[in-house]
Ligand binder design. Structure first.
Ligand code: AMP
Length: 285
């Protein structure tokens, strides 16, 4: 574990550093993020630190995964705070490129999956997963990681990346990590910073609704519509909460399940005021 964290902004310097690690037969663990780091991100860093010789974290607010009317320009940023957290977490390199470094003027190549991006978040965020898959593959080609760490909170993202890696024969291992929550159950997210104190209290409805689903599963309820109604009822109790989607899906295909038998994933996106939050919970036993 390095005492001093290096900060790298250029692709050339990042790849030179990574190639040296590869030549030394050191394994590289990689944690890609958009910054404004919280304990959820740091749990990925901790896992990467424990499983690799060297750890790289990136902070890059990726313009290609934001829609026209989304929050790219106002996305919270705290490069100094992030740097300090990553240094304390034992990261060897912080890779923090400018947008121009990754996407030059004449940029024209994207990674697009055919099916997995279509449901759930893909419906209200067309093009989002194209941007995610593209930037993740670019980062993998720059950082050369043996292992890359992603949170299960962004479950569709995790599945898109797993599928991309499989389909394109990328040699990086994808490690899915559990969702880290606030003490009241709210999944940690950089976007929680947008919530007013009143909205923050209301935001607990996402976790409450997932726990209701878990309760129904434990009582062996099989009708998905019963789950969805119960979850929706809890969410709409809050005056500023508007569900974007609430579904029970197959965790592999992300297709809707009409009946819940074996493994199912309860997933939702909910707007609390202007802030769109996502969460999910596995109902597999
Ligand atoms: P982001 O900065 O939001 O793009 O997230 C970077 C990585 O951190 C992604 O793999 C996320 O899934 C993961 N992540 C975000 N929030 C959490 C959380 N509450 N618990 C665990 N991982 C998370």
């Amino acid at each position: 574990m390095a005492e001093i964290m290096k900060t790298i902004t250029s692709i050339h310097d990042m790849t030179t550093w990574a190639r040296d690690r590869v030549l030394n037969r050191e394994s590289i663990g990689f944690v890609p993020t958009m910054g404004y780091l919280h304990d959820g991100h740091l749990s990925l860093v901790k896992r990467a630190r424990s499983e690799n010789d060297a750890v790289v974290a990136s902070v890059f607010v990726n313009p290609t995964q934001f829609g026209q009317n989304e929050d790219f320009t106002v996305y919270p940023r705290d490069p100094d705070g992030d740097s300090e957290k990553l240094r304390s977490g034992g990261v060897d390199v912080l890779f923090i490129p400018e947008a121009d470094e990754l996407y030059g003027q004449d940029y024209e190549t994207y990674v697009e999956l055919e099916r997995l991006p279509l449901p759930l978040c893909g419906k209200s965020r067309p093009g989002h997963f194209r941007g995610v898959a593209t930037v993740v593959l670019k980062l993998f080609n720059i950082v050369l990681p043996n292992n890359a760490y992603f949170g299960s909170k962004d479950f569709q993202q995790l599945q898109v990346i797993r599928r991309m890696v499989r389909d394109l024969n990328v040699s990086t291992m994808i490690v899915g990590c559990p969702t880290v929550r606030e003490p009241d159950g709210l999944a940690m997210s950089s976007r929680n910073a947008y919530l007013s104190p009143v909205e923050r209290k209301q935001a607990i409805c996402l976790h409450d609704a997932l726990m209701i689903a878990k309760g129904l599963f434990d009582k062996t309820e099989t009708d998905a519509s019963v789950y969805i109604k119960a979850m929706k009822d809890r969410i709409t109790e809050e005056s500023d909460a508007r569900p974007d989607y609430i579904s029970l899906v197959d965790p592999e295909t992300l297709e809707d399940l009409p009946t819940v038998k074996d493994a199912a994933l309860a997933v939702m996106a909910v707007k609390i005021g202007k802030t769109r939050l996502i969460d999910n919970m596995s109902l597999a036993g």
